[in-house]
Design a protein around this ligand. Structure first.
Ligand code: CA
Ligand code: CA
Ligand code: CA
Ligand code: CA
Length: 220
């Protein structure tokens, strides 16, 4: 491999991958390239970013295009940051581990969509994403959940000023549309249960006799 093209690759990786994940890292740390033995294409860069003699950062590439990155930020030998790149080499999501045990269970989207930040969570930590959190600024605004892990959203929580104001459920677990909802006042106290059994998009107040009392609420 010619030095000139190698320099280009390092620069590309630095701007697209390493630069994002480790902007403060010195550019002089040695980076070790690995190539596909058949095609000769660059497939991996590894580096020791904190200079302790152990590799702690890996970027997987298709030639000059970064696909994925892994990093052991605290040097405990376990990956704690995963990076996923888009087709233009832009950082799309960053994976983290809530237990810092090397198991990736949370994915934060870098770009906001319609002003909302998004975090995906695998609550069972099995890489099946069953919870999507949406943020306005840094404040949780709403959550979508797949409570029975069938791949379809069946619960929607909505927050106002950090207070849970509404929980909607799809009790069929198939419609991907709510037919029950619980409403809460600005202090988070239970207000009412409503149903949309005829599925016209309008909720009707359930009668007191059939009122759903959520767990933990006193029965009045
Ligand atoms: Ca290191
Ligand atoms: Ca680590
Ligand atoms: Ca579901
Ligand atoms: Ca209705």
């Amino acid at each position: 491999m010619h030095l000139s093209s190698w320099n280009r690759i390092v620069l590309a990786a630095a701007s697209a991958g390493f630069g994002v994940s480790c902007a403060a890292a010195p550019a002089t740390r040695p980076v070790t390239p690995s190539y596909d033995s058949f095609s000769g294409r660059l497939i991996q860069l590894s580096a020791d970013q904190d200079g302790d003699g152990r590799v702690d950062q890996w970027t997987y590439l298709d030639g000059t295009r970064p696909l994925r990155g892994e990093k052991d930020s605290d040097g405990d030998g376990r990956i704690d940051r995963w990076e996923y790149f888009g087709t233009d080499g832009e950082l799309v999501t960053v994976g983290t581990s809530t237990q810092t045990d090397g198991v990736e269970d949370t994915w934060t989207w870098v770009a906001r969509v319609n002003g909302e930040g998004r975090v995906d969570v695998s609550t069972a930590r099995d890489r099946h994403i069953d919870r999507h959190e949406y943020y306005a600024g840094d404040i949780l605004a709403r959550v979508e959940m797949d409570t029975n892990a069938d791949g379809r959203i069946d619960r929607w929580d909505r927050y106002e000023d950090r207070v849970l104001r509404e929980v909607q459920f799809d009790t069929t677990f198939q419609a991907v549309r709510a037919d029950r909802r619980l409403l809460y006042d600005p202090q988070g106290r239970f207000l009412a249960a409503e149903a949309d059994d005829d599925r016209d998009g309008r909720f009707e107040r359930l009668s007191p006799a059939t009122k759903v009392i959520p767990p933990g609420e006193p029965i009045k």
